[in-house]
Write a protein that binds this ligand. Structure first.
Ligand code: ADQ
Length: 736
């Protein structure tokens, strides 16, 4: 790697290349270090950047005559390339004056402490505070910081070596990684060196062809680096060796090269408390793939995340998933790991081809349509199945390297049906449960899968199988009873001497989240859409764009309403909001075209100069905006052709105003219909019937709406995302 071109090196300064000095102003950069960095840049043709938490002035002073060495100041906020400083995120908030005043009052009383003001950050140094005074100082400082942070959302607290820092949360050292990669040119590989927690951001942003090196002794903190060097002296020796290795002649013998960090995979064995629960799902709450400069990581903010975070955090749990990355050539030596997140996260990369076959292929091209009773959309390919088996094995390997063999493991969904057995084969002894978020089919459909025996056998390696509805439970019992030699009871399956409990755990939402007042930052957009439909009654559809959700059928039913009950023309408006989903699966592209064509046709046929019957929005909104749409809608039309549960139905109920609630028009084929019996239930396969039900919903008088809503709201409040997760984990732990 030392001889690779283009090569880039990002390195922290304090603690990585030079030892800490008691006072930040006392630091000196030795002339030999400047000369070494210059030589790497100019003689060896490496793109070198020093990435520091220090302000620009300090770095300018340290490297006065080294324009070839690039500088990144204030944890990624400022960058100097070719002599000129620019901001990484222009316009980021700098509103720290109030906090600075408070901290200065504290510092005036505590000798040795010091406030350092930076552009987007404030650092409170206490290396020189007498050890006896430190405890009290830190308590007081923390109180000031925490109080301020409660009212300043875009900022976060960091703890460095003898320094507390508050900084704009989007300013991170990781911003420097894509920047330098781009500057270094196509095919660049990166070596990243750092010693403290702020450097972990950079370590987390590297690709698999890059290397991250933690400098300094292990401090009991898990790291995302793969390698370690003992301290600044070793780091400098290593950089000298790279410099020498890039020139003619044999590669010199290394004095100090990085040692791999000895641990399970990429995770450091440390004194950390054991994880008492491991959750495994295809997706993580927070995609770990490298982001664009200035972009924060993509957050997956669905109900599952809100449901799992509390149960995991309460058990010091860990969440393992796919990183979101397919460009890294495949799985690395071990799972990536981040225990600075709560819950702690671990992840594996998958190659593009493996991911395509496992995810688009077998999971979404075979299991998804079949389990939703769309056999005509199913395509079975041997290679997809092989990839599916392989990915389940990869997850099992990663899981085994992360937690002890007796840890309870909670597997999620149809992507990982073989994982229970894969874990057992690798010696996992603790309870293993799987929750299926989609319906489970009856034997007639299930046995269409060429590998149905294997899937059933592997499912029965779990101790607990959870589903949304009693119907799914009945189906799995029937499959086991008719397609395998297992013995089947009401709530358990006995197979090869092992008992698998089977139960319905209907998932819920966090209803309070949909009752919040409009957030002023995002309210305008939703309000503008609601205003644009004027005095018309709003009929609303909100879904992921998926053929199971019955969106074209819903549009047809709306068109049919306008034919059967022409009195509604000009008085109702249908708004369909679809969040993009699996857009690279061909079936989903077709579905999108079909919806867009139907919208155009209906608007062409029925629209008038002052009335647009259908508005179609193909995008995602945040929860607060969704709540405003739900609240404004006279009818929430939730009409999937088949759905495991369907959270939109529950969200619609949660968002209604109790005094004047709208009507939930709900498909009988959504799992939610089992609990939400007081919704107006409809058959989405019967367009005329659905149109008549829609008419009934629009005409429903207030007393009936009030009565139905009160019953629905009680159910939505009773079984929430949190009770669901606690119930499942409780049942799982009881399997010990
Ligand atoms: P999904 O098929 O994704 O979930 P659903 O339960 O309806 O279906 O959840 C969709 C979520 O996406 C909702 O929380 C909704 O608010 C959100 N959403 C939809 N459109 C949106 C938009 N335009 N912008 C932003 N957010 C949007 C799978 C199963 C379901 C099961 C869940 C949970 O298919 O049956 O209920 O898992 O187990």
């Amino acid at each position: 790697m030392a001889r690779h071109t283009p090569l880039a090196i990002l390195t922290d300064l304090d603690g990585t290349l030079i030892p800490f000095s008691p006072h930040p102003d006392q630091t000196r950069v030795p002339a030999e270090l400047s000369a070494l960095l210059q030589s790497l840049a100019l003689r060896s043709g490496i793109q070198v950047a020093v990435v520091s938490g220090r302000p620009r002035e300090a770095l300018d002073r340290f490297f006065p005559a080294s324009p070839a060495v690039w500088l990144v100041a204030e944890h990624g906020g400022w960058r100097r390339a070719d002599g000129a400083w620019t901001e990484a995120l222009p316009g980021e908030s700098r509103d720290l004056d109030g906090l600075q005043a408070d901290l200065e009052r504290l510092v005036a009383r505590v000798p040795g402490s010091l406030v350092e003001r930076k552009t987007w950050a404030l650092a409170l140094h206490f290396r020189m505070v007498a050890p006896a005074d430190r405890g009290a100082f830190l308590v007081e400082a923390s109180e000031i910081l925490e109080a301020w942070l409660r009212t300043h959302e875009g900022f976060e607290r960091l703890e460095g070596a003898a320094v507390l820092e508050v900084r704009a949360a989007r300013i991170r050292k990781s911003l420097a990684v894509p920047w330098l990669r781009e500057k270094a040119g196509a095919g660049a590989r990166l070596i990243v060196l750092g010693d403290d927690v702020t450097d972990e951001d950079m370590f987390g942003a590297v690709g698999t062809h890059d290397e991250a090196i933690r400098v300094g002794p292990a401090v009991g903190r898990a790291t995302r680096a793969r390698w370690t060097l003992g301290g600044p002296e070793e780091a400098i020796a290593f950089l000298r060796w790279i410099d020498a290795a890039r020139h003619e002649g044999p590669t010199p013998a290394p004095v100090h090269v990085p040692r791999p960090i000895a641990r399970d995979g990429r995770r450091e064995a440390g004194p950390a408390a054991p994880h008492r629960l491991l959750a495994i799902s295809n997706r993580l709450p927070d995609l770990r793939a490298p982001t664009e400069p200035g972009e924060t990581r993509k957050k997956n903010v669905g109900g599952l995340v809100s449901a799992l975070e509390p149960v995991l955090t309460a058990r010091n749990g860990l969440w393992l998933g796919w990183s979101g990355r397919t460009d890294a050539g495949g799985p690395a030596a071990g799972p990536g790991f981040d225990d600075s997140a709560a819950p702690a996260l671990a992840w594996i990369d998958l190659s593009r081809d493996l991911h395509r076959r496992y995810y688009n292929g077998f999971s979404n091209g075979a299991l998804w349509p079949l389990f939703h009773t769309f056999p005509a959309r199913v395509a079975f390919h041997d290679e997809d199945w092989e990839a599916y088996v392989r990915v389940n094995d990869l997850f099992a390997e990663a899981a085994r390297s992360l937690v002890p063999e007796d840890t309870p493991i909670w597997i999620h969904d149809y992507h990982l049906l073989l994982l229970g057995a894969a874990l057992r084969r690798r010696g996992h002894r603790g309870p293993v449960g799987l929750f299926l978020h989609i319906p489970f089919p009856g034997p007639d459909l299930f046995r269409m899968i060429p590998w149905s025996d294997r899937i059933l056998e592997d499912l029965l390696a779990c101790d607990l199988l959870g589903f949304h509805t009693p119907n799914d439970v009945a189906n799995v019992l029937q499959c086991a009873g008719s397609l395998s030699p297992a013995k089947v009871g009401d709530d358990a399956i006995l197979h090869r001497g092992h008992r698998t409990r089977v139960r319905a755990f209907p998932i819920g939402i966090i209803p309070e989240g949909f009752q919040e007042a409009p957030d002023p930052d995002v309210a305008d957009e939703a309000a503008a859409l609601i205003r644009s439909i004027g005095t018309s009654e709003l009929i609303l559809g909100i879904d992921r764009l998926d053929y199971t959700k019955g969106i074209p059928e819903r549009l047809e039913a709306f068109a049919r309403l306008l034919v059967l009950f022409p009195e509604w023309r000009g008085k109702v408006a249908f708004v369909q909001i679809s969040v993009p989903s699996r857009a690279d699966v061909p079936e989903y592209k077709q579905q999108r075209n079909r919806i867009e064509a139907a919208v155009g046709r209906i608007n062409g046929e029925f629209g008038e100069a002052h009335w647009t019957p259908v508005r179609y929005l193909y995008r995602s909104y945040n929860r607060n905006q969704l709540a405003q749409f739900y609240r404004a809608a006279r009818v929430g039309m939730v009409t999937p052709l088949r759905d495991g549960m369907n959270l939109v139905a529950k969200e619609y109920v949660a968002a209604q105003t109790a005094a004047n609630p709208g009507v939930l028009l709900l498909s009988r084929f959504a799992g939610a219909a089992v609990e939400l019996r007081d919704a107006l239930l409809t058959n989405p396969w019967h367009i005329d019937g659905m149109a008549r039900d829609l008419d009934r919903a629009l005409r429903m008088p207030l007393p009936e709406r009030l009565e139905r809503h009160a019953k629905l709201a009680a159910i939505v409040r009773r079984t929430t995302a949190l009770t669901w997760a606690e119930d499942f984990v409780g049942a799982l732990e009881a399997c010990r």
